[in-house]
Design a binder for this molecule. Sequence first.
Ligand SMILES: *[C@@H]1O[C@H](CO)[C@@H](O)[C@H](O)[C@H]1NC(C)=O
Ligand SMILES: *[C@@H]1O[C@H](CO)[C@@H](O)[C@H](O)[C@H]1NC(C)=O
Length: 452
Amino acid sequence: MGFFRVLVVLLVLLVVGGAERRRGGGGRRGLVRGRGRAGAVKRLAEECKQYVEAGETYLDCQDRGLTSIPPGWPEDTQHLLLARNRLQVLRDGTFAHLKQLRSLDLQQNWISRVEDGAFAGLDQLHSLLLQNNRLRSLSEEPLTALPRLRYLRLYSNPWACDCQLDSLVRTLQVPSNRQLGNFAKCEEPEQLRGHKLKKLKADLLCEAPPPADPNAPPTPPGHAPHPPAIRKPQDATSLCHTYLVPRPLLDCTSRDLKYVPADIPPDIVKMDMSTNSIQRLRPRDFATAKDLKTLNLSSNSLESIDTAAFAGLLYLRELDLSNNSLQFFQYGVLEDLYFLKRLSLGGNPWRCDYSIHYLVYWLKHHPGVAHSGLVCSEPQEYLDWPVEDYVKTYNADCPKDRQVGGGNAELDKDAANQDTAQELKAETDEEAVGVLPSPLRMRKTFEIIRLS
Ligand SMILES: *[C@@H]1O[C@H](CO)[C@@H](O)[C@H](O)[C@H]1NC(C)=O
Ligand SMILES: *[C@@H]1O[C@H](CO)[C@@H](O)[C@H](O)[C@H]1NC(C)=O
């Protein structure tokens, strides 16, 4: 496959590059590597993928069934991807030789314990992903080794919100730590379940716990009374590959998905779901994906999109719906997309009748949205017409205009102008009546400005 060839070429380049630097007397990095490098690369070729992107060094060890971190990984690694392995305990000094690390992705492991010195030496680390593990407790101690930490993901762990979590909660709540531990919630005790760590009243954590049930057997220290929550089978992070850098990306291409998976992580910026078998988008399918900027749904079997399907996608800029089975958009589908810039619509059997008017109307009123591929495929009469041309003809043909005369271009323009003028007039009339409550009147004024 092409991908593997590229990989091999990259590895060869790396080896040659390393040799080159050594031969040329090298500089610091060359010296650090020294002997043993060729062996490391060979071993890596079996286990992990090493590559350079935008000048940064990545080591991709996702899905390798790893239960521990073997020694000897390249010391110049800047981004280490360890998602979906079987790590259970992060021991003191585990990453001590990886001093260049800037991001460390440990999500979707079985981690239940992090020793205090686990992250020792990681002076440069700015992103640490620990979501979807089995952590019940964590003190702030391991994090004190990370002076540059800016992003910390802790959600989807069964946090026990008790006195042992006190120092972590206080750290997360420091105002300058805005991006640390967002969305993490308590699993226990019962009365705090679902509460966000960021919002807990830290002072209460170390107060005496409510009297325990005298009949309950004592829980041995360090053991969860409940087994860790089992992940839902349609959970996005278990179905798709997550990449943190250069931008948080969820790669769900070609996974034979029938529906948009649940629980899209809230920090995802780009989501690629092209080449699946999704037939419909349901209400609030993307409600958790608040930061999403690019959404690719190309080459599915989409026939219908619920009016509320895109609810919450406030920052979406690019939406690719090409190569689907869409014939029209229901009224309202696009109203949530305030910042959309590009909309790809090609390769759909758009039906040129009244049902298509909403889409054209919306595009007309959002001239900042570049769209492509909007071509009639039905009825036969309008086959291969740009949909906008069909709508113009429709306007020219409609009864009130027909009495004026034929259907030439000049008239189309007049008709269009007249439409706009009428909308404006209707809105100003309402305004003039002066019976609307003032907030509504304000909104009307705003719409008039947008139209002109
Ligand atoms: C969406 O995915 C398809 C197929 O993988 C690709 O050709 C297209 O360029 C992508 N669109 C965007 C906006 O990235
Ligand atoms: C359109 O999607 C089908 C599968 O749904 C795929 O086989 C085909 O290659 C896609 N075409 C393009 C131009 O992407």
